[in-house]
Design a protein around this ligand. Structure first.
Ligand SMILES: OC[C@H]1O[C@H](O[C@H]2O[C@H](CO)[C@@H](O)[C@H](O)[C@H]2O)[C@H](O)[C@@H](O)[C@@H]1O
Length: 625
């Protein structure tokens, strides 16, 4: 990847970050040894380190040599999320080992971040800088050194309102005169090892006893190795596939089974622009597709946990179904702007909440019905409520499927009859019919069959433009949209159907740039489909969709070449953001993004796996027509 220089006091390049997660929240650590993003105690809680969306004064925790760093190399230990960062200077090299131990067994344990610093060779003077700011950098905490009755237990505690963290370690930081910051400077020699544990605390009167940092790190590593040992994948590029699967797992909120689309908010889709959104929520679309993919690779527990989450979240009147929820199923995600933050490298505004939660996006019905259908096919037993929920959703869809909507890209422009939305309406009714015909469930099969056929006919007549030889973004339009590449994946038409192959060629001509694909063509200004300003980067998930479509069209060699090109765009620890800006050679958008990693694992399954997600639907109804 290309490497620009990031401003000294601001955040690094998006691709310079690595992810830590304890399956409840996540941190981003830069190549400079700085934790620049951490929300506690949950993914969607306010952050206490927010340099990512502003500058060093907005909170960070850095362990770095005082001298110039000549070289940085990083890796996760095996398939785990224990991160090693080696920092080489003229006088020696130190290794940072960072992790967040998942506490699956004891959900009551407060989340913590564990850091070790090891001297590898020579000696290195290190500065630890600890700038704590709660409430997305809006609250400067009261910070105090505490000596307990136990002479071995000394800590620093930072408190502001409902937020509190405790820092314990071999060297504690002290206030820097004239600055709202804490610091310690010390020397690490070859063979020496120092450790720290930062722990969120729910009760400042009763601070939890110290944890053993070595044990916590071992637990993290064991957890991830045990989890990945359950995965089934023997195809090529297994390192990239395993990293993507671990990343998808890392974005799931273990207490409920929900998952976030990404652990960040407001990393810009266009650098310097205002396409900045909060992704720390559970989109039915993203979560459904991800958990299906995990199941595909042998992780059925996650699929079962997600269905449990889903059935609770959408309980009640199906007319109230939302396209996204909070990670515990919360309904409200009112969007707000944090005007005290300058935004990632000046990309303002920073938003929390996401106004898209009130949108109508018809495709969501299809994705949820598809996932539940495949879960059933793979042997996940129905629960008392799961089919009721599906029936309720279809009954509601019968009344609204002809409405224009915002589409899967959640446009902020006018509602339209998006072709992809209607394809997914077809999927919803098709899976409903199959549940009845193939699994003996009860429902109005005749009516749903009729609707399925009506929608199919409508899409073929109104969504396909004969002159262009392509399915268009919306009925009557001439713009293209990469979501149309999913037509064969969901079984609407076979991959080698002439209408599909000519659409693939048209997408290649108009949306493809090398291995990258834009998600749609958007004119700027008043005619813009998305209702937004500026141009975004190419969309990584769509790039993987083209890989699948090429393979489906019998162009496997080209598909493999494109897939391998996309693998080269990952950062040094195998992570992807939402988008890639071709001009600057940089990641854009939230990071790491589930949708992108989902694209990768699905393409690997298509190209090398035995577990193609839609095996059964690919046999598809067209064969019965
Ligand atoms: O750029 C417009 C929209 O961007 C976000 O939506 C995108 O992310 C979602 C989560 O990964 C995904 O489900 C959706 O398909 C993407 O378009 C944002 O959340 C929207 O509010 C925004 O309008």
């Amino acid at each position: 990847m290309a490497h620009d220089h990031a401003p000294a006091n601001g955040p690094g390049l998006i691709e310079d970050y690595a992810l830590l997660s304890d399956l409840r929240t996540a941190a981003l650590v830069g190549k400079d040894g700085s934790v620049d993003w951490l929300c506690l105690p949950r993914f969607d809680s306010p952050s206490c380190f927010t340099r990512l969306l502003g500058d060093h004064r907005d909170g960070h925790w850095q362990l770095a040599p005082t001298a110039t760093v000549r070289d940085v190399s990083r890796r996760y230990r095996g398939n785990s999320l224990v991160l090693e960062t080696d920092l080489r200077t003229d006088t020696g090299t130190v290794r940072l080992v960072d992790s967040m131990p998942p506490h699956e067994k004891n959900q009551q344990d407060d989340p913590c971040l564990v850091r070790h610093l090891e001297g590898l060779d020579g000696e290195v003077e290190v500065r630890m800088r600890w700038v704590l700011r709660f409430a997305y950098a809006d609250a400067v905490p009261w910070v105090q050194h505490v000596r307990t009755e136990d002479p071995t237990d000394e800590y620093v505690i930072g408190v502001a309102g409902p937020h509190a963290v405790v820092l314990r370690g071999d060297v504690l930081p002290y206030p820097v005169s004239g600055e709202l910051a804490h610091e310690a400077v010390f020397t690490v020699r070859a063979g020496e090892r120092l450790s720290w544990v930062l722990q969120w605390t729910s009760d400042t009167d009763q601070v939890a006893p110290p944890l053993d940092p070595d044990q916590e790190t071992r637990d993290s590593e064991d957890f991830w190795h045990e989890w990945t040992s359950r995965l089934r994948y023997t195809g090529e590029h297994s390192e990239a596939v395993y990293r993507s699967l671990a990343t998808l797992k890392a974005l799931t909120f273990d207490p409920t089974g929900g998952m976030v689309a990404a652990p960040t908010t407001s990393l810009p889709e266009a650098l310097g622009g205002d396409r900045n959104w909060d992704y720390r929520y559970c989109w039915l679309r993203d979560a459904t597709l991800v958990l299906l993919a995990l199941d595909n690779y042998g992780c059925s527990d996650e699929a079962a946990a997600w269905r449990h989450w889903l059935v609770r979240a959408v309980a009640g009147d199906p007319a109230d179904l939302q396209i996204m929820y909070g990670i515990s199923g919360e309904r409200h995600m009112w969007e707000r702007e944090l005007d005290w933050l300058s935004g990632y490298q000046g990309s303002a505004p920073v938003r929390i909440g996401n106004g898209a939660f009130r949108q109508l996006q018809l495709d969501v019905f299809g994705e949820v019905m598809d996932a539940l259908h495949l879960a059933r096919e793979r042997g996940l037993q129905d629960t008392a409520r799961s089919w009721d929920v599906q029936r309720g959703m279809l009954t509601h869809l019968e009344t609204i499927w002809q409405q224009p909507d915002k589409g899967l890209w959640e446009v902020r422009g006018p509602d339209r009859h998006f072709t992809h939305s209607r394809v997914m309406v077809w999927v919803a009714f098709d899976r409903g019919v199959r549940a009845i015909e193939e699994h003996g469930l009860s429902g109005p099969v005749g009516r749903w069959k009729e609707l399925r056929d009506t929608v199919h006919e409508e899409v073929l007549t109104k969504g396909f433009n004969e002159e262009l030889g392509a399915f268009t973004q919306y009925y009557g339009g001439t713009e293209l949209d990469a979501s149309i590449l999913l037509i064969p994946a969901v079984g609407f038409l076979p991959g080698d159907d002439e209408r599909v192959t000519s659409t693939v060629r048209a997408v290649e001509q108009r949306l493809r740039h090398g291995v990258l694909v834009d998600r749609y063509e958007a004119a700027e200004g008043e005619h813009s489909v998305d209702g937004l300003h500026g141009r975004e980067g190419s969309f990584l998930a769509c790039s993987f969709w083209l890989v699948d479509a090429l393979a489906g069209a019998g162009r496997r060699d080209e598909a493999v070449e494109m897939f391998e090109g996309l693998l080269e765009l990952a950062n040094d620890v195998g992570l992807y953001a939402e988008e890639y800006d071709l001009h600057s050679g940089r990641f854009t958008g939230n990071f790491p993004q589930a949708f992108s990693h989902l694209g990768l694992v699905n393409s690997a399954a298509v190209l090398y796996g035995g577990h193609v997600r839609n095996e059964s639907v690919r046999r598809g109804p067209w064969s019965r027509r």
